[in-house]
Design a protein around this ligand. Structure first.
Ligand SMILES: Cc1ncc(COP(=O)(O)O)c(C=O)c1O
Length: 449
C-alpha cells in the first residue's frame, strides 16, 4: 500500500477527499513515503517535531524508560522522569516564577486543565461569581469542547455551537491590518478594547484571559505590538483576572527562546506547553503553575481537582525529558534562534517581494505568510478560490509540507500558511526550504489569476 484515499482501509481519515501518502520513515527534517518520495517537513508535522525525525538519542532514552516502567497511576505514584522533567522546566521558568508542572497528553487537555485551575483558584478565594473567560479572536486553543469554546475559530465551531460555552473575545493583534502605527498605538488600542470588554462583562465575573504570547496558526504567527503585554497585564491585574499563556505551539524554542512569554514581558499565572516538548515522540503536554497558587489550594480544598488516566505517566515524561536533554546537549534553542534570524532574513529577501504575498510575520523558526488578491489594497481572495489549499497541495506535489489556515480576515476569507521547520534545521537546509517555497508560491499564483 503506498497511499490511502477514502474509502480505502478502516482509518477514519480527517479528510475524505484527498490522498494520504504512506510514510515509511523520517530523518532530521525529512519524511519518506513508501513510493520513494521525500518531503521536507517545513512545518515539523504540526509544529511538533522540534528535535527532528528519527532522533536516536530520544528513542533510546524513551526505550530505556519503557523497559523499566511505562505507566503508573499519577494520582498514586510519581517517577524520577516526571520529577526531573518538572525540575528542569521549573528552572527554565524561574524568571516567570512558574514552578509546578502537571503532565498530560495533548495541548487541548492542558488548556482545559489550565482553565480549570484558574476557575478553581477563583472558587478557593471565595470569588464564585467569576465564571467567565476572555479569549482572543481569531485564536486556537484546541478541539475539546471548552478549548474549542475558547478558540476564535467560527468555521471550526459551526456544527458544534449548541455544545459550546459562550466566551467573550477581544481582537488578536495583527500589524498588517492595523489601521494606524502598530507599535506606537497598538498596545493602548488593544488594552482599551480589553477594558471595554471587561467592563461590559463585569470585572468581578471574569476568572481568566487566555492567549498565545505570539499567535500560532489562527493569526499567522503575529507578534504583538511593543508594550502590549505590559498594558494587557496591568488591565488584568486591576480586575484580578488570571492570565493563561498558551505556549503549545510557540513554546520550547520555536520562537527563539524556551518560553515565548519571557522576552515579551508576559508573566502569566498559568502556562501550557505541548507539541515541541514532546518532539512527536509521545503525547505529552504540560500545565505549569505557581507554587503560591497551590498553597492557596492546600489551605482551601486541599487539591487541584483534575486528573486523567495518563497524568504524569513515565512513557510521556521520558519523552519530554529526552527532548529537553537533547536540546541542552546540542544547544538547540541557541541554534534555533540563530537559524530563526537567517530564516526571516531569507523570507524578507526572497518571499516578501513575490506577487500576492501580503505580509510575513513571526519570530524564530516560526513564520506566517498571508496571501492577498491585491497587494495595494490588501484584499483577501474570495474563499471559493481555495487559494491556500491549492498552495499546500502544490507543496505536497513538490515534497514540501506546509500548514494552511483560512478565515482570519473576517471569519470566512483570508489565506495564510505557517512555516516552522524542526529546530535542528541547518543553513543549507533552510536554503532548500526557501527555494522550494518560492517555487510553490510562484506556480500557485501563476495559475490563480
Ligand atoms: C496554540 C494551541 N493550543 C492548543 C492546541 C491543541 O493541542 P492538541 O492538538 O495537542 O490538543 C494547539 C494545536 O494546534 C495549538 O496550536
Amino acid at each position: 500500500m503506498t497511499q490511502v484515499r477514502y474509502p480505502d482501509g478502516n482509518v477514519l481519515l480527517r479528510n475524505l477527499n484527498r490522498d494520504f501518502p504512506m510514510i515509511s520513515h523520517g530523518k532530521g527534517i525529512y519524511l519518506y513515503d513508501t513510493n520513494g518520495n521525500r518531503y521536507l517537513d517545513a512545518v515539523s508535522g504540526a509544529l511538533v517535531v522540534s528535535v527532528g525525525h528519527g532522533n536516536q538519542y530520544v528513542v533510546d532514552r524513551i526505550a530505556s524508560q519503557l523497559s523499566r516502567v511505562a505507566y503508573i497511576n499519577g494520582t498514586q505514584f510519581t517517577s524520577m522522569s516526571a520529577e526531573v522533567l518538572a525540575g528542569r522546566l521549573s528552572n527554565l521558568a524561574a524568571p516567570l516564577e512558574l514552578n509546578r508542572c502537571a503532565f498530560l497528553s495533548s495541548g487541548s487537555e492542558a488548556v482545559e486543565a489550565a482553565i480549570k485551575f484558574a476557575r478553581q483558584l477563583a472558587v478557593e478565594r471565595g470569588e464564585v461569581e467569576r465564571t467567565k473567560l476572555i479569549a482572543r479572536n481569531p485564536s486556537y486553543h484546541g478541539n475539546t469542547l471548552y478549548a474549542l469554546s475558547a478558540s476564535g475559530r467560527p468555521h471550526y465551531k459551526k456544527a458544534f455551537g449548541p455544545l459550546l460555552k459562550e466566551v467573550s473575545t477581544v481582537s488578536a493583534p495583527y500589524q498588517y491590518r492595523f489601521p494606524s502605527d502598530y507599535h506606537k498605538e497598538g498596545a493602548d488600542h488593544y488594552a482599551r478594547e480589553l477594558e471595554v470588554v471587561i467592563n461590559r462583562e463585569g470585572g468581578k465575573n471574569i476568572f481568566a484571559f487566555i492567549l498565545e504570547p505570539i499567535m500560532g496558526s489562527a493569526m499567522g504567527a503575529a507578534v504583538p505590538p511593543a508594550g502590549y503585554y505590559e498594558k494587557i497585564q496591568a488591565v488584568c491585574r486591576k480586575y484580578g483576572i488570571l492570565m493563561v499563556a498558551d505556549e503549545v505551539l510557540v513554546g520550547c524554542g520555536r520562537t527563539g527562546t524556551f518560553f515565548a512569554s519571557e522576552p515579551l514581558g508576559l508573566k502569566p499565572d498559568m502556562l501550557v506547553l505541548g507539541k515541541g516538548i514532546n518532539g512527536g515522540y509521545a503525547p505529552l503536554s504540560v500545565l505549569m503553575v505557581k507554587d503560591s497558587h497551590l498553597q492557596e489550594m492546600k489551605k482551601g480544598t486541599g487539591n487541584f481537582m483534575h486528573a486523567q488516566t495518563f497524568l504524569q505517566a513515565p512513557c510521556m515524561t521520558a519523552a519530554g525529558l529526552a527532548v529537553l536533554e537533547f536540546m541542552e546537549h546540542q544547544h538547540t534553542i541557541e541554534h534555533a534562534a540563530k537559524m530563526g534570524e537567517l530564516f526571516h532574513a531569507k523570507l524578507q529577501e526572497q518571499i516578501a517581494p513575490l506577487p500576492n504575498v501580503g505580509c510575513i510575520n513571526g519570530k524564530g523558526l516560526l513564520a506566517g505568510i498571508e496571501f492577498v488578491d491585491d497587494k495595494k489594497i490588501k484584499a483577501p481572495y474570495p474563499r471559493a478560490k481555495r487559494i491556500v489549499e491549492g498552495l499546500v497541495a502544490k507543496g505536497f506535489e513538490k515534497g514540501l509540507t506546509l500548514w494552511p489556515n483560512v478565515g482570519h480576515v473576517d471569519g470566512t476569507n483570508g489565506d495564510l500558511i505557517l512555516v516552522g521547520p524542526p529546530l535542528i534545521i541547518s543553513a543549507v537546509e533552510l536554503d532548500e526550504l526557501i527555494g522550494r517555497l518560492k517555487e510553490c508560491i510562484l506556480e500557485t499564483f501563476q495559475g490563480s489569476a
